[in-house]
Design a protein around this ligand. Structure first.
Ligand code: AKG
Length: 274
């Protein structure tokens, strides 16, 4: 659950990450940077035309143009969602879930061969399998996504090289909720998570002031390791910040259980303080 609750101002820094690769082809000789930092920033991952087509696809799904699609989630508040007119509805949506089989424009981005080649490289040559797709819209006033590790959400063995790919469809900047990353934090291993403002790392466990913001132009991408600590603050601007997020794991991965996952990540389960 995500709420409208505010967060400490110094929980997220505005200092921008220093390294940005031009395009996906540049990632091929930057695996050592990924292994060190736990993420790579790509200035231009997809063309303007494909970016605009993807935004249109997202807005079509929000507008109900695909009748069988049920994956729309709203920000808290906004009253009766069925009463919202198109523009207000687009500005009230928090996320879309599981859309790749409902729109070919989004499907082709998730299975883009240049992107999958980079993902495979970061998995040491294993074959990537897409197992989660989301659009994260962060409208004006949209909620924080507190600090977390994606691995705390997935029932996979702890050493699985899960790779997250986040593609900005609209410009992301420090005011509208660009992602924040803790460089090198994947090397610290799994962190206990707690149900607080969301399923998250305890605020007191965050190394404040060490994190880097990742502003991106539309069409840019951020690619990270499943253990890299990351989050995004509330959108304090009047601009929406729409992004696609895909998660890949090796095709050979054997699923574990929620109990096994909670034994590793479940802070409350173990009676830990937060
Ligand atoms: O897009 C965002 O603001 C947060 C995305 C994220 O960190 C996640 O869903 O794992």
């Amino acid at each position: 659950m995500s709420g409208v609750l505010d967060h400490d101002v110094d929980l997220y820094s505005d200092q921008a990450a220093p390294h940005r690769l031009n395009d996906l082809s540049c990632a091929h000789d930057r695996k050592s940077m990924f292994d060190r930092d736990g993420f790579l920033v790509i200035g231009k991952a997809i063309s303007i035309e494909r970016t605009q087509a993807a935004i249109q696809a997202v807005d079509d799904l929000i507008d109900g143009m695909v009748p069988d699609f049920r994956g729309v989630q709203f920000e808290p508040g906004h009253g009766d969602k069925s009463e919202l007119k198109s523009d207000a509805r687009r500005r009230a949506v928090r996320k879309l879930m599981r859309f790749v089989d409902f729109d070919p424009r989004l499907h082709e981005l998730a299975y883009d061969t240049d992107l999958l080649a980079v993902v495979s490289l970061l998995m040491d040559g294993q074959q990537p399998h897409l197992f989660q797709d989301m659009a994260l819209l962060k409208p004006p006033g949209g909620s924080e996504k507190p600090w977390h590790q994606d691995m705390a959400y997935f029932n996979v063995p702890i050493d699985t090289p899960v790779i997250g790919v986040w593609i900005a469809l609209e410009d992301a900047n420090v005011d509208n909720g660009a992602l924040r990353m803790q460089p090198g934090s994947h090397l610290l291993g799994p962190m206990e998570h707690f149900k607080r403002r969301d399923w998250q790392i305890c605020d007191t466990q965050i190394d404040r002031g060490r994190d880097l913001a990742v502003p991106l132009p539309a069409g840019g991408a951020l690619i990270w390791h499943g253990l890299t600590q990351h989050g995004s603050p509330i959108n304090r601007s009047d601009q929406r910040r729409c992004a696609l997020q895909f998660h890949y794991r090796p095709a050979s991965t054997q699923e574990t259980t929620s109990e096994e996952r909670m034994a590793i990540y479940g802070g409350d389960v173990r009676g830990a303080e937060c």
